[in-house]
Design a protein around this ligand. Structure first.
Ligand SMILES: [Fe+2]
Ligand SMILES: [Fe+2]
Length: 477
């Protein structure tokens, strides 16, 4: 159920983003509004409630007193909308019509200044012709609801603990992540419009990502746990950027080069903005024609970068060459004079690792360990130097891995340890499998002193069908 709430909130944010680029009747805007209403109907039906509400406070989405990390990262446009309105959140009721929702997206896309107070905001809402959507009272300064607010319209479903735990670890970096997501989203969408992209903003984001240092980058890796909904190119690019910066640091590259790599990660799949949605979001394997279209994205991306005045050899090489294999295969076709680019090889490794281990609408994430196995088995694909650096930097159990401990408790890895088999973990379930309040669990080092070790991964082994599925993911990452 938690995922359903998150999906609904992210859909609203995508609606505002799309409406910024397009017009009311554009198929993309229309389909998001229909999709939202259908999902809302199903959710209300299942939960037996009349309305869907959520709060916005301190740049975050809140539901049932818990902080929703995934939507808070990806839903900056909706947070800004609530901030401009000075409200503490939104309430949606049936029978909500597409026309209501499109009006909501329009106002969200066009409102640029703060209104005076919640009463004026309600007048603005009414003036925009919005029915079945209302505004929650703002929170007080200390985050308490004012009386009359409606932030908890539906009963708790008991899944909030995880959100609490994640919130504690990520809160300080929220702004950085939000700007990373927004930069990639805006630039990718620009390829559906006038092709004008904001290279300065992308570069600033790359620098910020490096500045938040490896703690920040490792945290971003934990976002692999959050499915990206329909914008997975965006989350993918942010994670490739974070992983790329981490790897560049591991290789001893200068801070300037680390920033270039992070920027390259943010921009590497820009060309996917030109690939039709039916191909981009097709579940499973593409046919030959579709694959040919998909395989144009590195060249299209590099062309748009050049047209916008990008002159960094690192960013251009990584965008153009991130699907080139170490054994000269892959795409685009390489000219005879092509010189192997370390930047492209580095992004290539991060790109495939991220694609394999991420949640997608149509696949479960592969464990990081399985991803290593697949990548190591495909010896010709990767620069061995880069692949070794990846394993070194993330350890055998990268942050975000779900593991079973030798005392049968379940835990999630929060940081790589000095020894590959001894990461720092936080226990999530007791030995009987009951969930624990994670924010109360101390971080635990798996060493001789604790007497604990990792006994098992969540998933082991791939059948033939899964393998072919993951091969398809690698081809189009
Ligand atoms: Fe990619
Ligand atoms: Fe790609």
């Amino acid at each position: 159920m938690e995922q359903r709430f998150s999906d609904l909130i992210i859909l609203l944010a995508s609606g505002i983003n799309q409406r910024r680029m397009y017009f009311d009747n554009h198929p993309k805007v229309q389909s998001i509004s229909r999709d939202f209403i259908e999902k809302l109907r199903i959710m209300l039906n299942e939960s037996g409630t009349e309305e869907f509400s959520f709060g916005v406070f301190g740049s975050k989405f809140i539901r049932e007193g818990k902080y929703l990390v995934g939507p808070s990262i990806a839903g900056r446009s909706l947070i800004e909308f609530a901030e401009h309105l000075g409200c503490g959140g939104f309430i949606f009721r049936l029978p909500l019509a597409p026309v209501d929702l499109v009006a909501f997206f329009r106002l969200g896309a066009e409102l640029k200044d703060n209104v005076d107070n919640i009463e004026s905001a309600r007048v603005t809402f009414a003036g925009a012709g919005l029915s079945h959507i209302s505004l929650c009272e703002p929170f007080t300064e200390d985050g308490q609801e004012r009386t009359g607010g409606s932030h908890e319209a539906t009963p708790a479903d008991g899944t909030g603990g995880e959100v609490d735990f994640m919130a504690a670890d990520f809160a300080p970096l929220l702004r950085v992540y939000q700007s990373l997501y927004e930069t990639v989203a805006t630039n990718t969408l620009a390829l559906r419009g006038d092709n004008r992209i904001d290279l300065d903003q992308a570069r600033t984001c790359g620098e910020e990502l490096v500045a938040v240092s490896d703690r920040g980058a490792l945290d971003v890796m934990q976002f692999m746990r959050y499915p990206d909904f329909d914008s997975y190119t965006i989350g993918h690019s942010v994670r490739v950027a974070a992983l790329g910066a981490l790897l560049a640091r591991q290789l001893g590259w200068s801070p300037e080069l680390q920033s270039e790599i992070a920027t390259a990660g943010l921009l590497h799949d820009l060309g996917k903005g030109k690939v039709p949605d039916e191909i981009l979001f097709k579940p499973g394997r593409l046919d030959d024609d579709e694959r040919r279209v998909m395989e144009t994205h590195p060249v299209l991306g590099a062309r748009v970068l050049l047209a916008n005045g990008e002159n960094s050899p690192i960013v251009l090489a990584a965008t153009w060459g991130h699907h080139l294999r170490n054994d000269q295969g892959g795409y685009p076709a390489m000219p005879a004079w092509f010189i192997h680019s370390s930047a492209a090889a580095l992004i290539h490794v991060c790109d495939v690792f991220e694609a394999l281990t991420a949640s997608r609408p149509y696949k479960n994430p592969m464990s990081q360990r399985q991803a290593y196995e697949i990548m190591l088995a495909d010896a010709g694909s990767f620069d061995p130097h880069m692949l070794a650096a990846l394993v070194r930097v993330l350890g055998l159990f990268p942050p975000g891995s779900e593991v079973m401990l030798s005392d049968f408790r379940r835990a999630v890895v929060v940081a790589a340890g000095a020894e590959p088999r001894q990461p720092l973990v936080r226990v999530t379930h007791d030995a009987a499998g009951l969930p624990l309040t994670r924010s109360l669990q101390p971080a635990l080092r798996l060493d001789q002193e604790s007497g604990l070790e990792i006994a098992d991964f969540v998933r082991i082994g791939l059948d033939g069908e899964e393998r072919s599925h993951f091969e398809a993911v690698i081809e189009t990452a």
